[in-house]
Write a protein that binds this ligand. Structure first.
Ligand code: TXA
Ligand code: MG
Length: 334
């Protein structure tokens, strides 16, 4: 199968493919998603196959608006309405009870809940509106690899396995959406993202807990995706928490450094061995996955050092993804 790129003007071609049960990747403000008609069980199953994703890891359902979501949610609780009013369209995914029988089991992994997302991307919302039904939207990467933040990343991972990719340019945020579970007594963040627990808490006017799940392979995790290897390039990743430690590292042809400009300036590395996170946490969020992919494509790189950011709510999402990519490995100064 040849994977075609679609421009904004060719949206109707993408709609037609999705309607037929084919897979089309789509842009969002967070990362690119892998779309399939959510009501078509066969199409949904082929998403797992294309990504190499374990079949018990449920998929996000991407809707054009709240009205579309209402057809698939058992009910829309008051908390959800408040959050939708404030944050949709935007990088917030809501976990609600599914309306029984409205979606194939392949979407929910057999759970009673379903994750709803309405992305801040006009092209994608109009795609879904034209289709007239939601699309599933896992990140459009090969399972275990960093999520794609450009159409080229998607092509790199899924060329030949999907019908098309809608090119919407680089994703604004660069890390996946915040997931909040509203199916439980007290709302809890299952995956941190650009929208922080504090922001959610202030809109809901109640405490919002964080449980990014210290799940093991044995436990039944609340967000099933959390138990799998994630965001990992082939070379091992190590988090460097203290800027001063970069000068102690044994940097050479086989190492890669992903850090802010201020750090890279002092290290004087060749282009093949460094990747810039820009000048702020926002640009770091935007570029982290791109950086991990940059070194993943270079065989000579055997070790990747990545700058850590600690302490604030704003860095929760970045550190959550980085810790997974590094499997918890942090540099220990001697
Ligand atoms: O920003 C995003 O959310 C991106 C863009 C493409 O929309 N999508 C995304 O999807 O990150 P994915 O599948 O890569 O991550 C969704 C996470 C997975 O860890 C999955 O286990 C969890 O959400 N999830 C989905 N449905 C769930 C459910 N019913 N209960 C618990 N966790 C669920
Ligand atoms: Mg993913």
């Amino acid at each position: 199968m040849e994977t075609k790129f679609f421009s904004q003007e060719e949206l109707d071609k993408a709609v037609a493919l999705l309607a037929k049960g084919e897979l089309v990747a789509f842009p969002t403000e967070t990362v690119y998603g892998l779309g399939a008609l959510a009501t078509n069980e066969q199409a949904v199953k082929s998403v797992y196959a294309a990504k190499g994703r374990p079949s018990d890891n449920p998929l996000i359902v991407t809707v054009a608006d709240e009205m579309m979501m209402a057809d698939y949610a058992r009910e829309i609780p008051e908390r959800a309405r408040k959050l939708i009013k404030e944050f949709w369209p935007g990088p917030l995914t809501l976990l609600l009870f599914v309306k029984p029988g409205s979606l194939p089991k392949a979407v929910t992994g057999g759970l009673e809940t379903v994750a709803f997302r309405c992305p801040d991307d006009e092209l994608t919302r109009s795609l879904i509106a034209k289709l007239g039904a939601p699309i599933v939207g896992p990140s459009a990467n090969t399972s275990t690899k960093p999520s794609p933040t450009t159409a080229e990343h998607v092509y790199h991972d899924l060329n030949g396995r999907i019908a098309g990719i809608i090119d919407g340019g680089p994703a604004r945020v660069g890390l996946e959406s915040t997931i909040i579970d509203l199916s439980v007594k007290d709302p809890v963040v299952l995956r941190p993202g650009e929208i922080t627990p504090q922001q959610l808490s202030s809109v809901l006017d109640e405490e919002v807990l964080i449980n990014t799940g210290k799940v093991t392979d044995q436990a039944i995790p609340k967000a099933p995706g959390m138990k799998y290897r994630h965001y990992a390039p082939s070379a091992p990743v190590v988090v460097v928490d203290t800027v001063q430690d970069f000068s102690d590292l044994n940097l050479n042809k086989q190492t890669g450094v992903i850090a802010l400009d201020t750090v890279l300036e002092k290290l004087n590395l060749p282009a093949a061995n460094k990747f810039s996170l820009g000048d702020s946490l926002v640009s770091a969020d935007h570029s982290l996955f791109d950086g991990l992919r940059y070194f993943d494509d270079q065989e000579q790189i055997k070790q990747i050092y990545v700058q850590g950011f600690n302490g604030t709510q704003a860095s929760l999402a970045y550190m959550n993804r980085l810790n997974k990519a590094a499997a918890g490995h942090h540099y220990q100064a001697k």
